[in-house]
Design a protein around this ligand. Structure first.
Ligand code: SF4
Length: 392
């Protein structure tokens, strides 16, 4: 499989904010770069690097009715099925794991088959959650609504539906009455919204307002964030981000080490840097215990939380990580799942996987010593200041 083109794609909202940040702070300032690096194509993406993966893992599920074209559903875990109604997004995040996925749009027939799969056989006992992602699930709210209604009919075992989106950050104006109708029906399942926010600069007043409109419908929002070099790979930026998320009422979930996908090498810190950063963030009294994220790596066998003892061995840039997933469980939940070449089974039956580390950067020398104070612009930056005063 060859790398697909991932053209630069931004929204009018993002372009206007980039222009405003550049004009206010300069086009090489931290607030401008924190947004620009996430969305504007960089020649660094095209530099040959050790990161050559085109997918983060292979977990497609074949299911009756897919006509031999299993796409749009993935399963790695017992309780949760990942459904991707579309792979389109309003903007293309340059570090995204979806960059190399073939585009698709699931039809109502396919969505109905997925709901039936969730409620059939042993899946009825095991599956309790769906993660409706993409692409951006809120680009196709009618498909999401169709799936939710089909799940209620065919799979009452699904008690929680999580919807993944960056629409409130990419185009907050889309979070209007029409879109919010998705959250208005009294559904007999818990709806949660997951988003990704990597720097406080993204939380413009319009973005916070859009997130609030969703929360006002009783939907819990949580954020997953990625440590990205040149965006948020310092303590001050992360303290600032998690403080603001807490004030807005967005829960912290995973803080990811940037996944080793082709074209992402320039974003990737080393795992050790990231562990040190997360340690200082969560163990230094800098943020509330209620705002602390869980550090994880996205590997070829799924997410591995970086607890003590998870790193088993190092071989130059490759790191052997210990999981507590079992091969037999995986293949029981998803018979199509195969052990990747990078993985092995330990003598207790648990999976281990070799994970490509990020490269050292000269720019990060002295990394561990920077202060945990908000950068100066944090007090002056209009969007952030307004956001804080709205939340206090
Ligand atoms: S919106 Fe989500 S799926 Fe789409 S490019 Fe960004 S991170 Fe990837």
């Amino acid at each position: 499989m060859a790398k697909q083109a991932f053209p630069e794609l931004t929204t009018t909202f993002l372009r206007e904010k980039l222009e405003a940040l550049g004009s206010q702070f300069g086009f090489s300032s931290e607030p401008y770069l924190a947004l620009a690096r996430q969305y504007l194509h960089s020649d660094e993406e095209d530099v040959p690097a050790a990161e050559t993966n085109l997918r983060h893992y292979e977990a497609d599920v074949g299911f009756p009715g897919s006509g031999g074209r299993p796409h749009g559903i993935e399963r790695l875990y017992k309780r949760t099925l990942v459904v991707e109604p579309t792979l389109a997004c309003a903007a293309h995040c340059r570090f995204c794991i979806r960059a190399n996925y073939a585009r698709h749009n699931l039809s109502e027939v396919e969505l109905r088959e997925i709901a039936k799969y969730c409620g059939s056989g042993s899946h009825r006992e095991e599956l309790t959650e769906v993660l409706i992602t993409g692409g951006d699930a809120l680009l196709v709210p009618h498909q999401v609504e169709y799936l939710l209604r089909a799940l209620m009919r065919y799979a009452p075992n699904i008690r929680i539906a999580r919807i993944a989106t960056r629409i409130p950050l990419h185009d907050p104006g889309r979070v209007d009455g029409k879109l919010l109708r998705l959250f208005e029906g009294k559904l007999p399942l818990r709806l949660e919204l997951t988003t990704q926010i990597n720097h406080r600069v993204e939380l413009f007043p319009e973005v916070i307002e859009a997130l609030r409109r969703i929360m006002d419908h009783g939907v819990a929002i949580y954020a997953q964030n990625i440590v990205l070099r040149g965006v948020n790979d310092n303590l001050a930026a992360l303290v600032d981000l998690y403080d603001l998320l807490r004030q807005i009422g967005i829960e912290a979930h995973y803080l990811f080490h940037c996944v080793p996908m082709e074209g992402t090498g320039h974003f990737r810190t080393t795992l050790q840097e990231t562990i040190e950063l997360a340690k200082r963030l969560t163990c230094g009294g800098h943020i509330s215990g209620r705002a602390k994220p869980m550090l994880a790596a996205m590997t070829d066998i799924g997410k591995i939380v970086l607890y003590d003892g998870v790193i088993v061995e190092r071989d130059n840039r490759h790191i052997l990580l210990q999981s507590h997933y079992r091969l037999e469980d995986r293949q029981c939940w998803n018979p199509a799942w195969q052990l990747p070449k990078t993985a092995e089974v330990d003598r207790d039956g648990y999976l281990r996987v070799w994970y490509l580390d990020g490269a050292e950067s000269v720019e990060t020398a002295g990394f561990g010593s920077e202060p945990a104070v908000a950068p100066k612009y944090g007090l002056e930056f209009k969007g952030a200041t307004i956001a804080l005063s709205r939340c206090e």
